[in-house]
Design a protein around this ligand. Structure first.
Ligand SMILES: NC(=O)c1ccc[n+]([C@@H]2O[C@H](COP(=O)([O-])OP(=O)(O)OC[C@H]3O[C@@H](n4cnc5c(N)ncnc54)[C@H](OP(=O)(O)O)[C@@H]3O)[C@@H](O)[C@H]2O)c1
Length: 268
């Protein structure tokens, strides 16, 4: 299976590196295309054997699975440029704004949407997938096997992608912000800023390992927050404030998704 990547910016490069690092595909089966060639060359330098192709059409022509990882406003231009796509190619678009039916119409090929996470580069994170009507069972299987060594793959109906993307794709930034705010509060209460950050980071990693090993969140909280103790006071504050904060985050981000969708549908 030959795997092509068009667009090697923040997301495309992290995704290509995650997939290659995981061993899901050999570098010699990878084709790289980016508007400014240097980004493709840098990746080919890191993963010896990966090929930098002449242009986007070359990548489309020679790939079995083709990841298109450009920005929303660049997407339709790139897809129109490579279409009609060779029969049998599975186009995977890293963008939620254009409906799958429309994407398949533009490409004349099977298209899936993928919402990845930058943390794939570290072999962890969630890949959200939604398949267009023309995607075959073997194509679904092949995409899953490319992504699952570097991420947890979740297939969803197209309509559920936006809210899920908040949790998984925006998630690393949102969680980083929460952790910074936690550490900054420590710094405001007398701990050195660097020490506070290291304490929060290590505690985050320990907590993720504990929860990831199967302990339920409620059980962990019960073990830390003894009745009438200190942690319980902190939990009360979080419980009374966080539901509104997270609902507000969802509302503004979902509104932004809808805005991007309506801007694109006017243009396409
Ligand atoms: N960043 C994230 O965490 C994240 C997470 C999930 C999803 N996404 C999605 O991923 C997509 C890309 O975001 P990004 O942050 O990676 O953007 P980005 O850093 O701007 O990357 C876009 C890349 O596409 C290249 N490109 C633009 N037009 C092209 C063309 N005609 N042919 C070939 N390459 C072209 C650009 O090349 P140049 O070097 O010439 O500019 C750039 O390297 C967006 O839809 C975003 O919503 C991002």
């Amino acid at each position: 299976m030959r795997v092509g990547f068009i667009g090697l910016g923040n997301m495309g490069a992290a995704m290509a590196a995650g997939i290659l690092e995981s061993g899901a595909v050999s570098p010699s089966d990878v084709l790289l295309a980016n508007r400014s060639r240097g980004k493709a060359e840098a990746l080919a330098e890191r993963f010896r054997g990966a090929k930098v192709v002449e242009d986007n059409r070359d990548a489309a022509e020679r790939s079995d699975v083709l990841f298109v990882t450009v920005r929303t406003d660049q997407l339709l231009g790139v897809l129109k440029d490579i279409s009609p796509v060779r029969a049998g190619v599975h186009v995977v678009v890293v963008n939620g704004a254009v409906p799958l039916v429309r994407l398949e119409e533009v490409c004349g090929a099977a298209v899936s949407k993928l919402v990845p996470s930058v943390t794939m580069e570290r072999g962890r994170g969630v890949s959200l997938i939604s398949h267009g009507p023309s995607v075959t069972g073997p194509q679904m299987g092949a995409l899953g096997s490319l992504l699952s060594p570097s991420s947890l793959v979740k297939e969803l109906p197209e309509g559920s992608m936006d809210a899920a993307a908040d949790l998984t794709s925006c998630g690393p930034a949102l969680i980083a912000e929460m952790m910074q705010q936690f550490a900054e509060s420590g710094a405001r209460h007398g701990i050195g800023r660097q020490d506070a950050w290291e304490m929060v980071l290590e505690t985050l990693q320990g907590t993720a390992l504990t929860l990831g090993s199967g302990e339920a969140a409620d059980s962990l909280k019960d073990r830390v927050a003894t009745k009438g103790g200190i942690t319980e006071q902190g939990l009360k504050v979080l419980r009374s404030n966080l539901p509104q904060v997270f609902d507000q985050v969802m509302e503004v981000t979902l509104a932004k998704h809808a805005e991007a969708r309506s801007r694109l549908s006017e243009r396409s």
